[in-house]
Design a protein around this ligand. Structure first.
Ligand code: EPS
Length: 401
């Protein structure tokens, strides 16, 4: 089973991801992991921290001569900002400058709930780990999962569909506009809407405020049969929703057309099934977002995440002083005005992680060759049922039928 643990404080020396259960003999392109980390650092509305960092992984274990060994893989990302915090974040010595200790909790952040739970007086002891900086470690692990899935021709893409009140008019993921999305500072396919989103972020910044939004992930090329209806914790829709909900600031998830069509009739909502000899089994709609019974059905997975505005406001909200209980305003520190574009990249990678996990449950094997064998055997069985799934070769190319 594929497992992931991350560790590290936002201003500690490094973030670490330990990956267990990744198959052996898989060729790893470390620059692809670094590329995902770079994408995560971008997006209009990010704060000063991203100018300090230049995230790259150092591989500490599990890869030799460019290939995985089947042993735990350790990926480390050094925090450049540690240099500026080491006297304050020392593991054994108390902070040198206690005036930097936040004592007025921010509404919406983990500060207060975490301090109550862990009996802390200094909110920094909570916020350092609650910080979205942790998503760099998960992005690195997800980037590895993405590489494994791409061997089976699975691609995972994202776009931003809403920032504040500015919404993209395109209801379907414009797969043909992926270059425009990657080039847009807000990861939106429409240049006019991108400009509107940037304007909204600028306005929020001037007002000392922050903005949330919505991003959408699509995963194409997945075989039917990942996930399972047989036990609640194996339902893939639930696991994908949990993966996105575990990204800081995500407060809601929608699979397919869940929210728009909650009021429609069954006859309008469900995706009817067709067959012809050239296409095999196919659908003409995908309201279910690629999942039926908690199992992939061969259509693209479509999943949206709703992100709240970041809780660190430069015009801070009302709160109380933690020791005196007197009314005051929340502490301020460097943060992002809007991190929806960055969160969409994180979303791709946490979804990749969860999909790779269910992929390896279906096509179990501790070495890549066995996984390919199992996949090809399954593809052959599906073809007998009329579903066209092409077998693949060792290099990921399709075998022509
Ligand atoms: C982030 C790093 C953080 C923040 C942001 C995301 O760095 P710092 O706290 O040093 O500015 O920029 O985190 C938050 C918004 C948050 O609430 O924790 C990152 O690497 O993505």
């Amino acid at each position: 089973m594929l497992k992931l643990l991350t560790a590290g404080e936002s201003h500690g020396p490094a973030l670490t991801a330990i990956i267990e259960g990744f198959p052996a003999n898989f060729p790893v392109d470390v620059e692809k992991i670094n590329h995902e980390l770079k994408r995560r650092q971008g997006g209009y509305g990010r704060g000063g921290r991203m100018k300090i960092e230049s995230d790259r992984v150092q591989v500490l274990s599990g890869i030799r001569g460019g290939k995985t060994l089947g042993s735990p893989i350790t990926l480390m990302i050094h925090n450049r900002d540690w240099e500026n915090w080491k006297d304050y974040m020392d593991p054994f010595n108390p902070p040198v400058d206690s005036s930097r200790t936040p004592v007025c909790p921010r509404p919406g952040h983990a500060d207060m709930a975490g301090a109550l739970k862990y009996n802390q007086e200094d909110f920094r002891s909570i916020l350092e780990r609650a910080s979205a900086r942790e998503t760099a470690a998960r992005t690195a692990a997800g980037a590895l999962a993405k590489q494994l899935l791409s061997l089976f021709n699975v691609s995972i893409l994202s776009r931003v569909i809403q920032v504040g009140r500015v919404r993209s008019p395109e209801s379907e993921f414009p797969l043909d506009k992926i270059q425009q999305i990657e080039a847009s500072p807000v990861r939106c396919s429409d240049p006019e809407i991108s400009r509107e989103m940037i304007k909204a972020i600028e306005k929020a910044k001037q007002e000392g405020d922050t903005l949330g939004g919505v991003f959408e992930i699509t995963a194409a090329g997945l075989p039917p049969g990942l996930g399972s209806h047989v036990q609640w914790d194996r339902r893939l829709d639930a696991r994908l929703a949990a993966a996105l909900m575990s990204v800081p600031a995500i407060k809601g998830v929608e699979i397919g057309e869940a929210f728009n069509t909650a009021l429609t009739k069954g006859s309008e909502y469900h995706d009817e099934i067709y067959y012809n000899s050239s296409r095999g089994i196919y659908r003409t709609t995908n309201h279910a977002g690629g999942l039926e019974g908690g199992i992939t059905n061969g259509e693209n997975i479509v999943i949206r995440a709703f992100m709240k505005p970041i809780p660190t406001l430069s015009t801070p909200l009302r709160t109380i002083h933690w020791q005196t209980r007197k009314a005051t305003t929340a502490f301020r520190e460097r943060s992002d005005v809007c991190a929806v574009p960055a969160a969409s990249v994180v979303g791709e990678n946490v979804i990749a992680w969860e999909l790779a996990k269910s992929f390896l449950e279906k096509f179990a094997g501790d070495v890549v060759e066995d996984i390919i064998h199992s996949y090809n055997h399954y593809a052959e069985r599906l073809r007998k049922h009329g579903f066209k799934l092409k077998p693949i070769q060792r290099d990921g190319s399709f075998v022509s039928l």
